[in-house]
Design a protein around this ligand. Structure first.
Ligand code: BV8
Ligand code: ZN
Length: 247
C-alpha cells in the first residue's frame, strides 16, 4: 500500500529514532544518485565504460594488465564528480552525527560527498577517488591538489607508479576498516542501509551483522534488494526525500 509522507515510517521506527544512542548508517551509490552520480546497478542498468563492464575495469586483474586504462577510467569519473554537490540525504546523515551519542557512518562510496556535507568521521570501505597511492611505498597523494589527466603518475617519494587509492574487485579492504564497521554494527541499536544494492561483500555483511545482533534494520531504497527480507522496515523511495523527513 502506498503511504503518504506522514505514514511512511512506522510508530516503532519513530520511537526508536527518538530514543536510540548507537546508530549506524551504511551507504552505497544510491545516496549520491540525487547529486548526479551514476549508480552501478539498479534501474536495470549495468555500468559499462568503453565496452568494459565496471566489475572488470574496476578489478585487481585490470590493474595488473592495464594500469593506464584504470587511471583513464578513474580520471573520467573524478572529472564527473568535480562539479557535484552533496544532496539532502548526505546533509541529513551529517546532522545525525550530532543527534546520536554513538553514530557511525560507513560508506561504500569513493566520491567524498559525505565529507563534503560535513560528515566528520566516515569509514570508507572502498577507499577514495580523491587519493592516489604508491604501488611500492606508503606514499599517498591528494588528487584534489594534484591534477592527473593523462598517463600513470609517478610517486614523488620513490618514483614508482601510483594507483587510485580505491578497493578494486578481488582486493582486500583497507586494514581495519571492515573490522571497525563490523564492531559498531554488532552493538548498534538502529541500522540504516541507504542506497545500496547490497550485493558487494564484505560491505553487505554489515547490516547482516547488525540484524543478527538484534538491531532494528531499516532499508531506504526505491528498489528491493537481497537485504530487504532481512530488514525490520523497508522505506521505498529516494534517500534525498526520505532521510530529511526522519530528522
Ligand atoms: C574482497 C570501488 C577479499 C571501485 C567497488 C561472495 C561472497 C563474498 C565476496 C564475494 C563473493 N563473490 C565475489 C566476491 C568478491 C567481491 C564481491 O562482492 N563481488 C560481488 C559483486 C559478488 N568483493 C570483493 O572483491 C571485495 N574484496 O572480497 O576481498 C578477498 C580478496 C581477494 C581474494 C580473496 C578474498 C572488494 C569489493 C570492492 C569493490 N569496489 N568500488 C569503483 O568504484 O570502481 S564496488 C562498487 O560496488 C561501488 O563502488 C560500490 O562501492 C559497490 C556497491 O555498489 P552499491 O553502492 O550498492 O551501488 P549499486 O549501483 O550496486 O546500487 C545502487 C542502489 O541505489 C540500487 O539498489 C538502487 O536501487 C539504489 N538507488 C538509486 N537511486 C537511489 C537509490 N537509493 C536511494 N535513493 C536514491 N535516490
Ligand atoms: Zn612510492
Amino acid at each position: 500500500m502506498q503511504a503518504g509522507p506522514k505514514q511512511l515510517f512506522s510508530e516503532e521506527l519513530r520511537g526508536r529514532f527518538g530514543e536510540a544512542n548507537r546508530v549506524l548508517v551504511l551507504t552505497g551509490a544510491g545516496v549520491s544518485a540525487e547529486s548526479g552520480v551514476p549508480t552501478f546497478r539498479g534501474g536495470g542498468n549495468a555500468a559499462v565504460w568503453k565496452g568494459i563492464p565496471f566489475e572488470v575495469i574496476s578489478s585487481a586483474g585490470m590493474l595488473e594488465r592495464d594500469l593506464p586504462a584504470v587511471w583513464e577510467w578513474f580520471n573520467y569519473r573524478r572529472g564527473l564528480l568535480e562539479a557535484l554537490k552533496p544532496n539532502p540525504a548526505h546533509e541529513a546523515i551529517a546532522r545525525w552525527q550530532d543527534r546520536f551519542s554513538d553514530f557511525t557512518l560507513v560508506t561504500q562510496n569513493i566520491d567524498g560527498l559525505h565529507q563534503a556535507a560535513a560528515a566528520r568521521e566516515v569509514i570508507e570501505l572502498h577507499g577514495s577517488i580523491w587519493r592516489a597511492r604508491c604501488v611500492h611505498c606508503a606514499a599517498h597523494h591528494n588528487l584534489r591538489e594534484l591534477r592527473i589527466d593523462n598517463g600513470v603518475p609517478a610517486c614523488f617519494d620513490c618514483g614508482s607508479s601510483m594507483r587510485p587509492d580505491v578497493v578494486l574487485f578481488g582486493e582486500m579492504l583497507p586494514a581495519g576498516a571492515f573490522e571497525r564497521a563490523a564492531a559498531k554494527a554488532a552493538v548498534c541499536e538502529l541500522c540504516f542501509v541507504v542506497g545500496t544494492s547490497a550485493v558487494v561483500y564484505p560491505a553487505a555483511a554489515i547490516p547482516e551483522i547488525a540484524r543478527a545482533a538484534g538491531a532494528y534494520v531499516v532499508e531506504v531504497n526505491p528498489e528491493r534488494t537481497p537485504l530487504s527480507e532481512l530488514c525490520n522496515e523497508v522505506l521505498t523511495g529516494s534517500a534525498g526525500e526520505i532521510l530529511p523527513l526522519l530528522g
